[in-house]
Write a protein that binds this ligand. Structure first.
Ligand SMILES: [Mn+2]
Length: 330
């Protein structure tokens, strides 16, 4: 499935789009007929929702992408998959911009967003390749961080589920929504510091209904913000970051697990830049590696029109390992 769609590369600000296959009732993919008008005109009168991949502080590229799609904040909505910040050059501008969009934007929490919160509270040391200094030194830092920790872990709307990384195979959408709600309640409540202090780590590596306390919350957070590979039984693996062909023995991409209970909805996610733009009738994986010099991608959900802008390689250190939450400092 990788590389199934040829990608149009465009100069910044130019309109660039192609259509992706849409799901249909019979499970067959259909290629919609391109509209005659340019996207900016065809979307002028109808509200549209654009799902956008991992921005990671690439504010200029985000602005170029919004220009390319003809975004109208009075009418359109943006769904961000999370990881608004870190590695890129302008996390502060990105955070302020998305927050100030108000109800025109929705973002789920990613591992880098949680890393910023843990870092701001002093629960973890900055990594050498973190680029969060501008946020931490900002005069409006506290209000930005309060806003950030109140973002959802997961958003369900119509047939779509927005989540940063993935879902475990045994979670149907109702279950996943409830579990996300458990984490959101802690992050928004008076115990958010305790959660952030104990969040790091990759154990337990699997879900059980009997999990309680921090172990339960950590599994939910790790699945929703860090998951790439798991076993058919849902045992998570966090040390492999590469393409799907690099799956360790016994593991597979979470979305390829047979019988996955969330397969009846279209999951919109990011986090996996080595996977790149990857779409299926029930999956829109949108991390096309902007911060690594790839592209920033958006898909208009109404017709699955794809928009992309090229990105400057702005990350200080190009390391695929940089995408994971580090293990606890011991
Ligand atoms: Mn991520």
């Amino acid at each position: 499935m990788i590389g199934r769609h040829s990608i149009t590369t465009v100069s910044r600000g130019a309109r660039a789009a192609q259509y992706l296959p849409r799901e249909s009732c019979d499970g067959q993919m259909r290629w919609p007929r391109p509209r005659k008008q340019p996207a900016g005109k065809s979307s002028k009168n109808a509200m549209a929702t654009y799902a956008i991949g991992d921005v990671q502080g690439c504010f200029e590229e985000l602005q170029a992408l919004l220009g390319a799609i003809g975004f109208d904040r009075g009418k359109d909505r943006l769904w961000f998959v999370g990881d608004l910040v870190n590695r890129g050059p302008a996390s502060l501008a990105t955070l302020r911009f998305v927050r100030d969009l108000g109800e025109a934007a929705l973002t789920t929490l990613g591992n880098h967003d949680l890393h910023l919160l843990a870092l701001a509270h002093g629960f973890v040391k900055a990594r050498g390749d973190d680029t969060l200094g501008d946020v931490l030194a900002a005069p409006d830092r506290d209000s930005l961080l309060d806003w950030l920790r109140r973002r959802p872990m997961l958003h369900v709307e119509a047939n779509y589920v927005l989540v940063h990384a993935g879902l475990l195979p045994q979670w149907d959408i109702v279950t996943a929504k409830a579990l996300a709600g458990e984490v959101e309640a802690e992050l928004r409540g008076p115990r958010h510091r305790e959660l952030l202090a104990q969040l790091y780590g990759s154990r337990p590596d699997r879900w059980s209904d009997s999990l309680r306390g921090i172990e339960r919350l950590r599994v939910i957070v790790n699945a929703m913000t860090r998951l790439r590979f798991c076993t058919p039984e849902g045992v998570m693996e966090f040390s492999t970051k590469g393409e799907t062909v690099k799956a360790p023995p016994g593991y597979l991409p979470w979305f390829e697990v047979s019988g996955r209970k969330s397969a009846d909805r279209t999951v919109v996610c990011g986090h996996w830049s080595a996977l790149g733009l990857h779409t299926a009738p029930n999956l829109l994986a949108l991390d096309s590696g902007c911060v690594w010099g790839g592209k920033l991608s958006a898909i208009r959900l109404e017709d699955r029109r794809l928009y992309q802008v090229p990105c400057a390689s702005s990350a200080l250190v190009e390391s695929s390992a940089a995408q994971a939450l580090p293990t606890p400092q011991r």
